[in-house]
Design a protein around this ligand. Structure first.
Ligand SMILES: Cc1cc2nc3c(=O)[nH]c(=O)nc-3n(C[C@H](O)[C@H](O)[C@H](O)COP(=O)(O)O)c2cc1C
Length: 270
C-alpha cells in the first residue's frame, strides 16, 4: 500500500495546524506512512485544486466560526475531491461551542467523495482573546490527540470497520451564531475591521499572514478586502500594533471570556 497521510488545514492563529499535524504525525508513527501537509490558510493556496485517491488518508481541519465551518471556505472546500479517500474531520473551537461545525464538515467531505471514518472537536485559544482557552491546545489535549490517532490507526488497519462516523450536531444545521449587544439583541460584527496604532513598524508581516489577502501592502492601516476577524494580524504582530475598538466586538469578547471560562474537553467520534 502507498497510503500517504495528508494534513490539510486552515489555521490563521495556529491552533488547527497544531492539532491536525499532531494527529497526522501520531498516526504516521503507528502505521508507518509518510505525511504531507497542505496549509490552505493563505489565499494563493486555495486556487490550486486538489484530488485524492482511495489510497490516501486525509486529516482535514478548520476553526469553528459562529458555530459552523467558516463560510468563506465553503467554495474552496467543495473543490477538494475525495475519490474514496479515508478522511478524518477536525474542528477547533475557542471554548464556547462547536455547535454544528463538525457535522457540517463531515457532510462536506462525504459529499466530496471521502469516507469520513472519524471526527474530533478540539479546543484552541479563542481568536478574539489572549485569555480564553489560553495556550490551548496544551499537553493534555495532545494526549487526547494521541488516543484519537490510536483509534484511527486501528480502524484504518481493519477495513471491515470503515463505517461513516456519527458525530454530534443538528441537521438541518442551526443558523450562524450571533453575538448580542448590551440590550440583548443580536449584532452583526462582520463589518468590524482592525485599527493600527503608532507602534506599527511597517514590517508588513500582517500583509503576509492575512488569510483574505486584505491588508494593503502600500499602507498596512488600509484594508483592500474583507476582514474575517481571524486574529492573525492581531496575534502575530511583533509590535502589538493591530487592535479592534468596536464596542460590540469588545463587549462580545469580554462576555465570552467571562461566560466560557471553564475548561471544555475535546470530543472524539469513531
Ligand atoms: C469569526 C470567528 C468566529 C468564531 N466563532 C466561534 C464559535 O462559534 N465558538 C467557539 O467556541 N469559538 C469560535 N471562534 C474561535 C475559534 O474557533 C478558535 O479560536 C480556533 O481555535 C481558531 O483556530 P486557528 O488557531 O486555527 O485560527 C471564532 C473565531 C472567529 C475568528
Amino acid at each position: 500500500m502507498s497510503q500517504v497521510i495528508n494534513a490539510i488545514y486552515f489555521s490563521p492563529t495556529g491552533t488547527t495546524e497544531k492539532i491536525v499535524t499532531g494527529i497526522a504525525g501520531s498516526i504516521s508513527k503507528k502505521i508507518d506512512r509518510q505525511t504531507h501537509s497542505i496549509d490552505f490558510t493563505l489565499p494563493e493556496v486555495r486556487f490550486k485544486p486538489i484530488a485524492f485517491t482511495a489510497d490516501d488518508i486525509v486529516i482535514l481541519g478548520v476553526p469553528v466560526y459562529a458555530g459552523r465551518v467558516p463560510n468563506v471556505l465553503l467554495n474552496y472546500l467543495n473543490t477538494i475531491i475525495g475519490n474514496g479517500a479515508i478522511a478524518i474531520a477536525v474542528v477547533l473551537y475557542g471554548n464556547r461551542n462547536y455547535d454544528d461545525s463538525l457535522i457540517e464538515l463531515r457532510d462536506i467531505l462525504t459529499n466530496n467523495g471521502f469516507k469520513v471514518i472519524a471526527g474530533g472537536a478540539f479546543i484552541g485559544e479563542h481568536s478574539f482573546s489572549k485569555i480564553l482557552a489560553q495556550n490551548r491546545p496544551d499537553e493534555q489535549d495532545m494526549k487526547i490527540v494521541d488516543e484519537f490517532a490510536n483509534e484511527i490507526a486501528k480502524k484504518i488497519t481493519s477495513p471491515e470497520e470503515l463505517t461513516i462516523v456519527n458525530v454530534k450536531g443538528n441537521q438541518p444545521y442551526r443558523k450562524y451564531y450571533m453575538p448580542k449587544n448590551k440590550e440583548g439583541n443580536p449584532v452583526d460584527i462582520r463589518k468590524v475591521t482592525p485599527k493600527t496604532n503608532e507602534d506599527c513598524s511597517k514590517c508588513k508581516l500582517c500583509v503576509s499572514v492575512c488569510p483574505m489577502g486584505s491588508i494593503d501592502p502600500e499602507d498596512v492601516a488600509k484594508l483592500i478586502g474583507i476582514c474575517i476577524k481571524c486574529g492573525a494580524c492581531i496575534k502575530k504582530c511583533p509590535s502589538n500594533a493591530k487592535y479592534y475598538d468596536d464596542e460590540n466586538y469588545l463587549r462580545h469578547k469580554e462576555e465570552l471570556e467571562i461566560e466560557f471560562s471553564s475548561r471544555k474537553e475535546p470530543e472524539i467520534f469513531f
